[in-house]
Design a protein around this ligand. Structure first.
Ligand code: ATP
Ligand code: MG
Length: 393
């Protein structure tokens, strides 16, 4: 069954007072962007605090629902019958016909919830509820009304036109992209950072990303894996500009000059410094990482404090309090998990010491970094100037 229209439900953004239209416009823009990826012609319209997607051509239902399901800000997608105002008897017939198409099964429980926003319509909600309920029971003698836990609800909304629907498909939630600035995600090939990027994007933040690549220690396939992950996150957040920075010489220099048990922490500090520089150059007002307290030596509170010290921008770590399994659950839900567990090497694991410090002392780390004074600025300059930018969408 091809539905002509979808009613798009959104919650949080409905509460923003005078700014409401900004959020609604951003949401409509995002819906249009996501629908560009599917075949078909659609009109996205706003009417009295409601957003509708109207199909202007044939389309694939599953594809459209999947695309709409990835738009942040949408809480529910209701495939519906939308009809012009008509005589009451005709409305009852049309509603019954719709229910028959939607629910070919013979036995179910249901309830009818009519809402008469247009008080000029001659029949009130209670009467509609009773009459339509009666029609459905007549047509499905094995079915019954259950007002508390029905299998489905028949919604009938009398507005400028009349909306009828029985399905509310859950949306991605969150806030529409473009309503909350831009941040730079440190994206590795692991499980955690794509989830972190998804979570911040879900709050309406546009994402840009940086990946530190260390050829030949990390392969082209490891880089491709990060590009694939960025594309998967981009299927929700919209296109991501991924900066690929060659980190090899910096890493080797740190390896030569600094105590090996401090390598990870010093490497992380340089990643943060470069990420912040790229962030500032690209209008990003925050950094995002996939760190979680205590997961590894470089993520104890002591280590996090030491990495934070090098940046001025706020660092957002949305999975900071998550257990690994909780992060995995999100990764599975958003479809990044399978890619993240592909076994390609990661630049941190190659240079990592057997016994990294877990309680780095800031003064000690700063003293070790002084051994890098001679060449580090030049190496950073080269790394930034030779970056490769890939648009992932
Ligand atoms: P992930 O699963 O995200 O790789 P992880 O548990 O492997 O995380 P670390 O390797 O300690 O943790 O990295 C912590 C965070 O630092 C990552 O979540 C990511 O944000 C960032 N990061 C680590 N390595 C890189 C890299 N090569 N390029 C960009 N960011 C990185
Ligand atoms: Mg990692």
């Amino acid at each position: 069954m091809q539905y002509q229209s979808f009613l798009i439900k959104y919650a949080e953004i409905g509460t923003k007072g005078k700014n409401r239209y900004i959020f609604e416009d951003a949401l409509m823009h995002q819906i249009r962007e996501h629908l560009k990826k599917v075949e078909g012609d659609f009109a996205v319209q706003k009417e009295q605090g409601r957003i509708y997607v109207n199909a202007k051509s044939d389309y694939d239902y599953d594809e459209v629902v999947e695309a709409l399901g990835k738009v942040f800000g949408v809480t529910g997608i209701c495939p519906m019958l939308q009809i012009d105002k008509c005589e009451y008897d005709e409305l009852r017939e049309k509603v019954l016909e719709f229910v028959q198409k939607e629910h070919p099964e013979q036995k179910f429980t249901f309830k009818v919830r009519a809402k008469r926003a247009d008080k000029h319509y001659p029949v009130n909600s209670d009467v509609i509820n009773a009459d339509v309920g009666y029609d459905i029971l007549n047509s499905y003698p094995e079915s019954s009304v259950d007002v508390h836990h029905p299998d489905f609800i028949v919604y009938i909304e009398i507005r400028q036109r009349i909306n009828v629907f029985t399905k509310v498909i859950p949306g991605a939630g969150g806030m529409p992209i473009g309503t909350n600035g831009k941040a730079m995600l440190l994206l590795s090939g692991g499980i955690d950072s794509p989830v972190a990027g998804y979570m911040i994007a879900k709050r309406g933040v546009m994402i840009e990303a940086v990946y530190f690549h260390a050829p030949p220690y990390t392969s082209e396939r490891a880089k491709q894996k990060v590009i694939d992950l960025a594309k998967q996150v981009a299927s929700y957040s919209g296109a991501i500009r991924l900066h690929i920075v060659n980190f090899t010489d910096i890493q080797l220099y740190i390896y030569e000059q600094c105590p090996h048990d401090e390598l990870t922490i010093i490497m992380r500090r340089y990643m943060m410094r470069i990420a912040e520089r790229l962030a500032n150059a690209n209008d990003c007002i925050g950094l995002i990482t996939g760190e979680s307290i205590g997961q590894v030596a470089s993520q104890t509170m002591f280590s996090l404090r030491t990495t934070d010290e090098v940046c001025e921008l706020p660092v957002y770590r949305p999975v900071i309090g998550f257990d690994k399994q909780e992060i995995v659950d999100v990764a599975e839900k958003i479809g990044t998990f399978e890619t993240s567990i592909l076994p390609y090497e990661d630049c941190c694991t190659i240079f990592v010491a057997k016994h990294p410090v877990t309680k780095p002392n800031l003064n000690v780390i700063q003293r070790s970094e002084r051994h890098l004074a001679e060449k580090i600025d030049e190496l950073i300059e080269t790394a930034v100037n030779t970056e490769e930018v890939v648009i992932c969408e």
